[in-house]
Design a protein around this ligand. Structure first.
Ligand SMILES: [Zn+2]
Length: 1005
């Protein structure tokens, strides 16, 4: 489970486009498992001119350097070391990247369903020997400018990870994370707060009913209100029944109350030993300082232990396929009751440590399920009897044995048999006919492009894609050599043109470790679950005597008191304002008018890629026309063009570009709140050599898109609607915020209708009301109105050397675009009367939000409000809404749109939470009286984390392009956030919070 930051900031592992790949590690102490031949081939740096910072065989602070390797495609050097007395592996990646990463992880297979490893992950971060206060993790969020601070426990490992671009900060975080891993307090009271406890509903009232509470307990109830999580849980349990994976590492809410504090401490002592851990360091800061600190503080007096106990063997293969059926929740937002069924086939694939094997399975997965040329798309989706692939379709590398799953959602029970038949037919067809060479090439091209394209948090992405492989002792560096993996596959294909077909035969036809899993919505699912939890509680209550009851009452009061205690946080390190004076250096961005098209240009080192963005204005659309724009964005690349049918067009897009992506944009005016714009953002990127093709394909789509086949359109719409309700609960807080904002202004209301929960109902009704021909004509009309140059603004990011070439092709592209009548490019926004809305969802835990209109982004009060939002989150909401009321997450924020919003995530007490939001003035008033410089500094650092968020080269200047916040605006905003004073904050508190706002909305989802 990703821990707390999830709801605050989405983590974007991006360098491999979410394809999980494996890496390489030291499996045998001191022995290089690579053959001589391969290392000569793949380590040009070693053969040509080795000039490394450290030497193989040397010992640095107790760590022996065992392997050094260059990985040229990512311009990095990998050093793998091992601590001599404990045997702990240390992997350092030396790369010229300021965003440094540090992580410690342990192999922690679950031993039952009590959520032991998950609860341990939570409370390890709840105070340690050197930092003996509650939740230093949260407190550090506001004493640091870290770009990642997280802890997670997965099916077989527990990880603590942090990242920062500031070295003082990086060392601070590193000390706290190391102490959480190697010296946590694991107190009983933390166990009851984050794990589980029996407590009075109202702790002060001993007459109130007794219930089970606990952060993880609630978290797990919330997680399993998402049907795709139910499927994944039951799948793992049944496809790997003989290993640790059949236990639910997150915890089954019905079994979490079986966990004892002593079990957890015992597990910690055994599994969190240095010998069972691995340490990762990435970036440009000196790793020797890390080694010295680790050796001196934690490892010096420790000996190695045998860690065979945590080893997870490959699962024995079945001789016969198996089948299961499971119930799930009825989804109120989903389709009709009789179509709320899913069927999936899951197959156990190669071992996680087989680097080339897992790479080739990734390629096969793309060939089988991605895009209209893929085999299962043709075989399973095009017959159009479902709502498309289910969310779990894909290739999974989180366990010792990897597995592949393909499944359909929204189909009738009587169509299960048809799925099975079509599945068999498709597999046989591939084995007989093979894959089209063009298609294979387009997939390999996309993988090469993904290597070059870099996300903002490369170091974290490297870790996340390596951790599982490393955890099982796999070769983490070989896995980084994506170009070698591609070359090996090409060579296998050259020697044997049936190579991939034979893989399909082996993995899909002859594979008897195959599980068919069907799932159907059950109206009484929630009710049954509640009955079962009540039974667990009753069982516990049955054995309690009056002394126990008194202890429960007293413990409840004691915990509440502890939660309310204002702790002295001075044991925690903190940055000073001097440490963060320097704003980010932003490359020069400038605008040119090219053939009448406003064009933003930026020269950045893009690693051989050109990025191309077009904002296509739709502001002049009527409300009726605008409502189909999201559907248009979703399907237009999949319809084909006059020159190419949809399959050929997709193949061309994938063999020359990253694909063309279109997204709906509602853009608030950052200077004047009364205006906004609407449009579509079209984005693509390509290798520099493919720039002419990239423009030609954009031109082809814009001028010659072709929506004619109504059967296909019907299928695309059906799949589009099925996708809408999936995943809403995972980001429920964002939908709740959108729902609350929709009650504040007409612009936000439109946004919710286009992108929020309201869109689902709208689309369901729309297809009832209009014929497919009418919808087709409306979609065509959208295309002809937006795709022309009088309606466009463009941004291009490329390297300095490439820019003249790009501009030449860009000019030619513009030459060929028509210029129709210019549409209006801003529209007035109206504020609405305060109101409240609740979406009926049939879920156990809710998402709440309150939104009110404050000021536009560039108003001088905005940075101060943002500082207040940080204070509210850290000092008020977190304590009351999460710790006391049991919601998994909560925060306050103010965005570009000028809306100040509060939200809660997986919340058992929604009405109470809305009251907490309403009561913030009293708290702020009190805060105003006791606010000191230290609290203010913490909140400012929290704001800096957001404004200084690292931006990858491909996205540099995109904020300016989208919302018109220029680098000068950024610097001004940042300086204002850093200089805001306590007195100014007091004024802002009275100005924006004292009176009930004139325009606000509240929403529960
Ligand atoms: Zn958790």
């Amino acid at each position: 489970m990703f821990r707390r930051l999830k709801h605050i900031r989405a983590i974007r592992p991006s360098f491999t486009k979410s394809i999980m790949r494996n890496f390489k590690s030291l499996t045998v102490k001191g022995v290089n498992p690579q053959s001589e031949e391969v290392s000569q081939l793949t380590m040009p740096g070693v053969v040509m001119a080795p000039s490394y910072k450290y030497k193989e065989g040397e010992v640095y602070h107790g760590f022996q350097c065992q392997r050094i390797e260059d990985v040229s495609e990512f311009e990095l050097v990998s050093y793998t070391m091992r601590h001599l007395s404990t045997g702990t592996e240390f992997w350092y990646i030396d790369r010229n990247d300021a965003n440094n990463v540090f992580s410690v992880h342990f192999r922690t297979p679950p031993i039952n369903n009590t959520g032991l490893t998950h609860i341990l992950e939570h409370i390890a971060m709840d105070g340690s020997n050197k930092f003996p206060i509650r939740d230093p993790f949260l407190k550090m969020l506001n004493r640091s400018v870290g770009t990642n601070q997280n802890a997670m426990s997965t099916t077989d490992l527990t990880n603590f990870i942090c990242a920062s671009r500031n070295e003082v900060d990086f060392r601070n975080l590193q000390r706290i994370y190391l102490d959480s891993a190697f010296g946590p307090l694991l107190t009983y009271s933390n166990f009851t707060q984050d794990g589980w406890r029996i407590e009075h509903k109202d702790v002060h009232d001993r007459q109130s009913e007794l219930v089970i509470k606990g952060v993880v307990y609630n978290e797990m109830i919330g997680i399993f209100s998402d049907n795709s999580r139910i499927l994944r849980r039951d799948l793992l349990k049944c496809i790997l029944p003989d290993t640790a994976y059949h236990y639910m590492n997150g915890g089954d809410p019905l079994e979490i109350p079986d966990l004892e504090h002593s079990d957890l401490v015992q597990y910690y002592n055994k599994y969190f030993h240095p010998s069972n851990g691995r340490i990762f360091c990435y970036g440009s800061f000196d790793p020797m300082k890390s080694l010295e600190y680790i050796d001196k503080e934690y490892f010096a007096n420790k000996d190695a232990i045998d860690t065979a106990f945590s080893h997870i063997p490959p699962h024995p293969r079945w001789s016969e396929p198996r089948q299961i059926h499971v119930p799930c929740r009825l989804d109120i937002l989903g389709g009709s009751r009789e179509k709320q069924n899913q069927i999936s086939i899951a197959l156990l694939m190669c071992d996680r440590t087989d680097v080339q094997g897992t790479f080739e399975m990734n390629v096969l997965t793309e060939l089988l399920i991605r895009g209209p040329n893929s085999a299962f798309y043709k075989g399973l989706i095009e017959p159009n009897f479902s709502g498309g692939f289910n969310k779990n379709t894909g290739y999974f590398l989180r366990c010792r044995d990897t597995y592949f799953l393909v499944g359909l959602q929204d189909l009738k029970v009587e169509d299960f048999a048809r799925f099975n038949e079509l599945y068999e037919q498709t597999v046989l067809k591939i084995i007989n006919e093979g894959f089209e060479p063009h298609h294979v090439e387009s997939v390999l091209h996309n993988m090469e492009l993904a290597v070059k394209h870099q996300g903002p948090d490369f170091g974290c992405a490297v870790f996340y894609t390596s951790m599982s492989l490393w955890n099982h002792g796999g070769d983490i560096v070989a896995n980084l050599r994506v170009m070698d993996n591609i070359a090996k596959l090409r060579s296998s294909l050259k020697q044997n043109k049936h190579y991939l077909q034979q893989k399909v035969e082996e993995y899909f036809l002859k594979n008897t470790h195959k599980l068919t899993i069907t799932m159907s919505a059950d109206e009484s699912y929630e009710q049954n679950f509640q009955k079962a939890t009540q039974k667990v509680l009753n069982q516990k209550l049955k054995n309690l005597d009056s002394d126990d009851l008194e202890a429960i009452y007293q413990n409840g009061l004691k915990l509440k008191e502890e939660q309310n205690l204002i702790e002295d946080v001075n044991c925690l390190p903190c940055l000073t304002l001097q440490d963060v004076q320097e704003p980010l250096k932003i490359p020069k961005i400038w605008d040119e008018l090219i053939q009448g098209v406003p064009t933003q240009l930026c020269k950045v080192p893009t690693n051989g890629i050109t990025y191309f963005y077009s904002f296509l204005n739709t502001t002049g659309f009527s409300e009726d026309d605008i409502m189909l724009v999201p559907l248009f964005c979703d399907i237009i690349q999949n319809c084909g063009t006059v020159k190419h049918n949809f399959r050929d067009f997709d193949k061309l897009l994938r063999s020359k570009t990253s694909g063309i992506d279109l997204k709906v944009k509602v853009v608030e005016n950052v200077r004047d709140y009364k205006q906004y714009r609407m449009g579509m953002l079209m984005s693509t990127y390509a290798l520099d050599k493919n720039v002419p093709d990239m423009f030609a394909l954009c031109e082809e789509l814009m001028l010659n898109f072709r929506i004619v086949d109504t059967d296909r359109l019907r299928m695309l719409i059906k799949n589009y609607i099925s996708k809408l309700s999936v995943g809403i609960l995972v980001s429920g807080h964002l939908y709740a915020i959108m729902g609350a904002a929709a009650l504040v202004s007409d612009a936000a209301k439109l946004k919710s209708h286009l992108l929020g929960v309201d869109h689902i109902d709208f689309m369901k009704n729309y297809i009832q009301e209009y014929s497919i021909e009418e919808i087709r004509d409306k979609l065509c009309a959208i295309g002809s109105r937006v795709f022309h140059k009088a309606n466009m603004r463009v941004a291009i990011n490329s390297s300095e050397a490439q820019q003249p070439i790009v501009l030449e092709h860009y000019q030619r592209y513009l030459d060929r675009l028509p210029s129709l009548e210019k549409m209006k490019n801003k529209t007035d926004l109206h504020l609405l009367k305060p109101s409240y809305h609740q979406y009926e969802m049939n879920i156990a835990l809710n998402y709440c939000s309150k939104a009110f209109y404050a000021v536009p982004y560039l108003h001088e009060d905005h940075p101060g409000l943002r500082v207040l939002a940080k204070l509210l989150t850290a000092k008020y909401l977190w304590r009351v809404v999460r710790e006391q009321n049991g919601a998994y997450g909560t925060n306050a924020r103010i965005g570009y749109d000028g809306l100040f919003t509060f939200n809660s995530y997986r919340d058992p007490h929604s009405t109470k939470t809305l009251e907490v939001f309403d009561g913030c003035y009293d708290w702020l008033k009190e805060l105003g009286d006791k606010l000191d410089e230290e609290m203010l500094l913490e909140a400012k650092l929290g704001v800096l984390q957001l404004v200084d968020w690292p931006i990858p080269p491909g996205e540099t200047g995109l904020d300016y392009f989208n919302v018109r916040v220029s680098p000068q605006d950024y610097r001004k905003y940042r300086a204002r956030a850093l200089s805001v004073t306590i007195d100014e904050l007091r004024v802002i508190i009275d100005k924006y919070f004292k009176q009930e706002p004139k325009h606000f909305g509240k929403c529960i989802l």
